[in-house]
Design a protein around this ligand. Structure first.
Ligand SMILES: C/C=C/C(=O)SCCNC(=O)CCNC(=O)[C@H](O)C(C)(C)COP(=O)(O)OP(=O)(O)OC[C@H]1O[C@@H](n2cnc3c(N)ncnc32)[C@H](O)[C@@H]1OP(=O)(O)O
Length: 655
């Protein structure tokens, strides 16, 4: 089955994953059949799907017409023959029990056409074993979505022992057509990528409590506030379901050995039926207060130990040819919302330190989980999973992507999509370096900044680690760092376009304020919500906004902390231009290209003179005169005048 020919998709199982995937497929324009074993199950799934589409429309992420059209593309069914008759792809999301899945595949095999691809959404079972129940193991692979599918970007595409390359290609292209990011898992290995990192992490935290080495509060404070994970490790465990984590660990132990033995504290919790949120109690008691994580109880030792355990898993995945560090990082960021992937986190701490940590824990405790993987040792010798990258001539970036789309434009894409492209300290460093790289590149005459995905330009500073590092001196340093990085954009000789599609909030908006031109798609919302957090716009917003819109309007925007739509921000003179959503990309490039095509020297001087003169007219006028004089001696002036006289387009060289 070629991707281009896929039109109809059958979802087997209308539970939370099944109806969620059906919704994603329908939104992408496919005809979808949603099937479950009982009418009430399938009706319930369909109702939830419609509810979720309505929510997207309410939040203006899609129009009401798009929501209705997507709902109309889904046919709820109970009859399996009808569900798979003449379908192109079957995505199975029935309960995670080998026997149930095998029964389903035997039945589906009878009715599905020969061309149909089978993809299982299993999170833990063997793809190879499942594929062997069918007569088409080469047309069978894993397609593992994350919950909720409509929001989570990642799809792990897993190869079984018999899967054909063409099947994987088609399923990856299908995931892309769904608007998702597929990451190939090259081997059918338990836990694939994301769970293989997360489950040992959660188990280690339970071992630490079992051995009285840390408390739940200390560990969750470390993971949430010091490591910046979206939630505490125990909070995450409760969310996933402690019984689920326990069973996955038992499976990992059975297949991979005792390094994955479930910790006694986890077993006790499961034995006491404290399964987590779904049962009302887990590590936290949801009927009495729920999750309560102190911001300041974290410890560096805990952070290093947990990073070491995850780095060891990265090593196992690498040495077993399941994946590579950069795919692992991307998968964990997109699938689990980590601010950095485990390999990057490990490199930042230093692999030698992590290897020593594992070795010394192994000597004290002797447990198999501390045995250092060969790939981790090798990476440590090479200076990191990513090698000693910063000594290379070419800088590699992890929070932003740089590209050269042509027309002398350098493109910076803020690239922390799972976190709404929020700005952390590393992104500030990388933004500064990227700008310098473009400024030193003769081929770049203009810069375009966008945010990855269609949800946000940037939702501002990443606040997840702010509460723990709440020292006033750290705050001053962070504010100064953002001010100086963003200030470099304002002062850059290059013309810079901020193209905003989605949210531009807090620091994201402050970055856009430093650009020369702000383009926004219709669906965009801009604002400074810092007052909602008890902060103030600390990356130049208190100063630059009043210069843009006047004192009174600036106070309105800052004090109300509201989000303003693109049209309102156009009226307020914040945004230069608003475009329809589907014209956004083309217009953004067109504008940046237009800016890049102008005379470099006069534009750089104009920027400088306007900025310097903003506060002092006399100084500004004097600078203007000096700049004017300087321009009279440039080749570009000659080119401009010659082109004007000859009625042609000037080709400025910046000389
Ligand atoms: C000096 C500079 C200071 C500042 O910039 S302070 C920060 C100012 N910015 C904000 O206060 C914005 C906070 N974010 C929001 O209000 C909402 O988000 C949005 C309106 C942007 C989007 O809302 P929705 O569509 O409901 O998405 P979601 O589930 O809230 O966000 C998706 C994921 O993105 C994370 N996230 C969003 N903004 C931030 C942030 N500023 N810092 C850290 N994480 C953020 C969330 O937590 C979540 O993550 P998960 O999927 O893991 O739950």
């Amino acid at each position: 089955m070629e991707f281009e020919n896929i039109e109809t998709i059958t979802l087997l199982g209308a539970g939370s994953m099944g109806h969620g995937i059906a919704e994603v497929a329908a939104l992408a324009g496919y005809e979808v059949r949603l099937r479950d074993i009982k009418t009430e199950f399938v009706e319930n799934g369909y109702e939830q799907l419609v509810w979720s589409l309505d929510k997207l429309a309410e939040k203006d992420q899609i129009s009401e017409e798009e929501a209705d059209a997507a709902a109309d593309r889904v046919t709820p069914l109970v009859d399996v023959k009808e569900a798979v008759d003449d379908t192109d792809v079957v995505i199975e999301a029935v309960p995670e029990k080998m026997e149930i899945k095998k029964d389903v595949y035997s039945e589906v095999e009878t009715y599905a056409p020969d061309r149909t691809i089978f993809a299982t959404n299993t999170s833990s079972l063997s793809i190879t074993d499942l594929s062997e129940v069918t007569d088409r193991p080469e047309q069978f692979c894993g397609m593992h979505f994350f919950n909720p599918p409509v929001r989570m970007q990642l799809v792990e595409v897993i190869t079984g022992s018999h899967t054909a390359e063409s099947t994987l290609d088609a399923v990856e292209q299908l995931a892309e057509a769904f608007g998702k990011t597929p990451i190939r898992v090259h081997k059918d290995s338990p836990g694939f990528i994301v769970n293989r990192i997360l489950v040992p992490l959660m188990n280690e935290t339970c071992w630490m409590v079992s051995d009285d080495e840390a408390t739940v509060a200390e560990i969750d404070s470390t993971t949430k506030f010091d490591m910046g994970l979206p939630m505490g490790a125990f909070e995450l465990g409760d969310q996933v379901g402690n019984d689920v984590t326990y069973h996955v660990l038992q499976y990992l132990q059975e297949v991979l050995g005792d390094a994955y033995e479930p910790a006694p504290f986890l077993k006790e919790t499961v034995d006491a039926e404290r399964y987590g949120k779904k049962s009302g109690e887990g590590f936290y008691d949801y009927e009495n207060g729920g999750v309560d994580i102190p911001t300041d109880a974290g410890s560096e030792d805990t952070k290093v130990r947990l990073a070491a355990v995850m780095a060891n898993e990265v090593g196992h995945l690498v040495e077993n040819d399941v994946s590579n560090p950069s795919d692992i990082d991307e998968a964990v960021m997109l699938g689990a919302g980590f601010p950095d992937g485990p390999a990057k986190l490990a490199d930042n701490i230093g692999l030698d330190r992590l290897v020593e940590t594992l070795e010394s824990l192994g000597e004290e405790d002797g447990h198999a989980r501390f045995e250092v993987s060969e790939a981790l040792r090798e990476a440590a010798q090479q200076g990191g999973f990513y090698g000693e990258s910063d000594t290379d001539e070419t800088r590699s970036y992890s929070t932003i992507d740089l590209s050269y789309p042509g027309d002398m434009v350098g493109h910076i894409e803020l690239s922390r999509e799972a976190r709404m492209n929020t700005v952390n300290s590393e992104m500030l460093d990388e933004l500064g370096d990227a700008l310098a790289e473009f400024e030193n590149d003769d081929e770049v005459r203009g810069v375009l900044i966008t945010g990855k995905g269609d949800r946000a330009f940037s939702a501002g500073a990443d606040v997840s680690s702010m509460a723990s590092s709440a020292s006033p001196l750290d705050g001053i340093e962070l504010s100064r760092k953002g001010q100086s990085t963003f200030g470099a954009f304002e002062e850059s000789p290059l013309p810079i376009v901020a193209a905003i599609d989605g949210f531009a909030l807090g620091g994201g908006f402050e970055l856009a304020m430093c650009c020369d031109y702000r383009l926004a798609s219709e669906r965009s919302e801009l604002g400074l919500p810092e007052h909602n957090l008890g902060l103030l716009p600390g990356w130049g917003g208190t100063q630059r906004l009043q210069r843009l819109v006047g004192m009174s309007r600036a106070k309105e925007i800052i004090f109300t902390a509201e989000r303003f739509d693109a049209d309102t921000m156009y009226e307020y003179d914040v945004v230069n231009e608003v475009v329809e959503n589907d014209q956004f990309e083309e217009r953004a490039h067109e504008l940046a290209a237009e800016m890049a095509g102008g005379p470099p020297v006069s534009r750089a001087l104009t920027k400088q003179v306007m900025l310097k003169g903003a506060e002092d007219l006399d100084a500004g006028l004097e600078l203007e005169a000096q700049a004017f004089g300087h321009l009279l001696g440039t080749d570009d002036l000659m080119e401009g005048i010659t082109a004007f006289m000859g009625d042609s387009e000037p080709e400025f060289e910046g000389k």
